[in-house]
Design a protein around this ligand. Structure first.
Ligand SMILES: *[C@@H]1O[C@H](CO)[C@@H](O)[C@H](O)[C@H]1NC(C)=O
Ligand SMILES: *[C@@H]1O[C@H](CO)[C@@H](O)[C@H](O)[C@H]1NC(C)=O
Ligand SMILES: *[C@@H]1O[C@H](CO)[C@@H](O)[C@H](O)[C@H]1NC(C)=O
Ligand SMILES: *[C@@H]1O[C@H](CO)[C@@H](O)[C@H](O)[C@H]1NC(C)=O
Length: 482
């Protein structure tokens, strides 16, 4: 083997070696102004994400992921579980349309189908207890029938409250009593079919719902008093929670079932503990924690994980809390929020999304002539906030320091931008006006939205990130010149 082929071999092999472990991202699409899917795929690639998890088989996202090499976990929303559970035909159709065709005609590297999303959350009152497992079985049969049984594995992303510990220690871990039998049936099925156990672990939520939760224990570099589990020391919640699952699996005879961390992350706004400092500390801490490949005390070795999430989604329900729209490591427009070293880029920082087209630099604010006592103020603000996004207002948020007029302006502007700067969206009766002076102040950003996607712009972005069309362009260019 010559020197050249040796170098070539190294160049070719190196990315392959890296792609064995690596970090994934959750890509949710509940946004009023989503980036074109091609832009997002380029963002994933340039940031070295090797895996992506989707919450449904979004056609545009799947199409853009074609031939990108990125491994895909494609989700089935909970509201489809009943029909897939009740009909083998429906499951076959789902697989044909949303898996087989994307693999065969589009080159999407689908590795997993995620059946449902946290279907056993207690807030769902058991609505999906009877349909999730039958849907899982039908999708698995449909995959086998489609000849994909070896390539594509099934799983169910579960919330961490499907298990608990009677002792408060990982070694006390077992599945929740009310769903114990169901969990064992699912775990056996996954094990029989080579599917992993997928779990979402959220120290932030623990801190959010329990004011007595020790903050430092949520982080990886914290100096909280450690937990001693029969001689095994736990100094962060992630390890302890993960190992509670390992114990639950082990106790029931499935100690070797692979585990995927389907979601992990920290939001940056909408709550006093949701801020840049904590988010960076948590996500960077997690990356460093897993980068050495040493795993957890009960599961040494690499951890397979997907960050939650890639980009903010401003159309998500804020029922879980005002933080819900702020989980991204990027803002909605693909701007990094803080420096995060994923270990995948030369700069050691996140790479910004390319070719993003913004609306004009103008904002809708409260007119200086309007009075705070105007009876139209309250109904106008609640109308704007109801339809747009005021989750960055309030105690401990990025816009907490606004005065009353600032608050009102923020609400008006959010509504105006969500409506693509329509003049009619800045007509709050005698209260609002359009300005070209950026009202942003300190940490509080008065956003300008990006241009809404047209089919054409999405196609353009897809073509731009496709290396083949680049080669064709260069070729055509050379033809013209010569
Ligand atoms: C494919 O997935 C999409 C998105 O989740 C869904 O709307 C559609 O109904 C699915 N197609 C079939 C044939 O089930
Ligand atoms: C769950 O049950 C409670 C109490 O019965 C009810 O208030 C709530 O709306 C239910 N939630 C769902 C998602 O069905
Ligand atoms: C601004 O709005 C938030 C959220 O509605 C509220 O909590 C806060 O008190 C308001 N601030 C002022 C100065 O009115
Ligand atoms: C706006 O202000 C004008 C003059 O102050 C008043 O006549 C009119 O009724 C107001 N309009 C609304 C919708 O409040």
């Amino acid at each position: 083997m010559g020197w050249f082929s040796l170098v070539l071999g190294m160049v070719l092999l190196f990315p392959l070696v890296v792609s064995v472990s690596g970090i994934g991202a959750n890509w949710g699409t509940q946004a009023t102004h989503p980036l074109p899917t091609g832009t997002v795929v380029r963002l994933l690639r340039e940031n070295g994400f090797q895996k992506v998890k989707l919450f449904d088989a979004d056609y545009g996202a799947m199409r853009s992921l074609g031939r990108s090499g990125i491994e895909v976990m494609v989700g089935i929303p909970n509201d489809m579980l009943a029909s897939l559970a009740g009909s083998m035909k429906a499951a076959e159709k789902w697989v044909a349309k949303n898996v087989s065709s994307h693999i065969s005609s589009n080159g999407v590297n689908i590795m997993y189908v995620a059946v449902g999303n946290e279907p056993f959350l207690e807030t769902y009152n058991g609505s999906f207890l009877r349909t999730t497992f039958p849907a899982l079985r039908n999708i698995q049969s449909a995959l086998i029938k489609a000849g994909l049984g070896n390539k594509v594995k099934v799983t169910i992303p579960l919330n961490a409250d499907v298990y608990e510990s009677s002792t408060g220690l990982p070694s006390g871990g077992d599945f929740r009593t009310d769903i114990h039998e169901l969990m064992l049936a699912i775990v056996k099925f996954l094990s029989d079919n080579g599917g992993p156990f997928t779990v979402n672990i959220y120290p932030f939520i623990s801190l959010y719902i329990d004011p007595d939760f020790p903050v430092e224990y949520a982080f990886f570099d914290g100096n909280s008093s450690p937990l001693n589990d029969g001689g095994t020391i736990y100094s962060n919640m992630f390890d302890a929670n993960h190992d509670t699952l390992v114990w639950a699996l082990q106790k029931n005879g499935y100690g070797n079932l692979p585990i995927i961390v389907g979601e992990i992350g920290w939001p940056t706004d909408g709550d006093q503990n949701a801020n840049m400092i904590y988010a960076k500390r948590f996500n960077q801490g997690f990356m460093s924690h897993i980068s050495a490949g040493k795993g957890t005390p009960m599961r040494p070795g690499p951890i397979d994980a997907y960050l939650f999430s890639l980009i903010d989604e401003d159309a998500k329900s804020n029922a879980p809390g005002n933080f819900e729209r702020h989980w991204g490591v990027f803002y909605f427009d693909g701007q990094p929020k803080y420096q995060l070293n994923l270990g995948t880029t030369n700069s050691g920082a996140l790479v910004v999304a390319k070719s993003v087209h913004y609306l004009a630099r103008k904002w809708c604010v409260m007119s200086p002539k309007a009075s705070l006592d105007d009876p139209q103020v309250a109904p106008s603000v609640s109308y704007a906030c109801g339809l747009a996004d005021c989750t960055t207002l309030g105690y401990g948020t990025s816009c907490a320091d606004l005065d009353a007029r600032g608050n009102i302006s923020y609400a008006f502007n959010s509504y105006y931008q969500k409506n693509d700067q329509l003049d009619s969206a800045c007509k709050f009766p005698n209260l609002s006006m359009i300005t070209k002076t950026d009202p942003s102040i300190g940490s509080c950003k008065f956003e300008i939205m990006i241009e809404p996607i047209t089919d054409a712009s999405d196609r353009r972005a897809v073509q731009l990130q496709n290396p083949v069309s680049l080669v064709v362009c260069v070729f055509l260019f050379l033809l013209t010149v010569l």
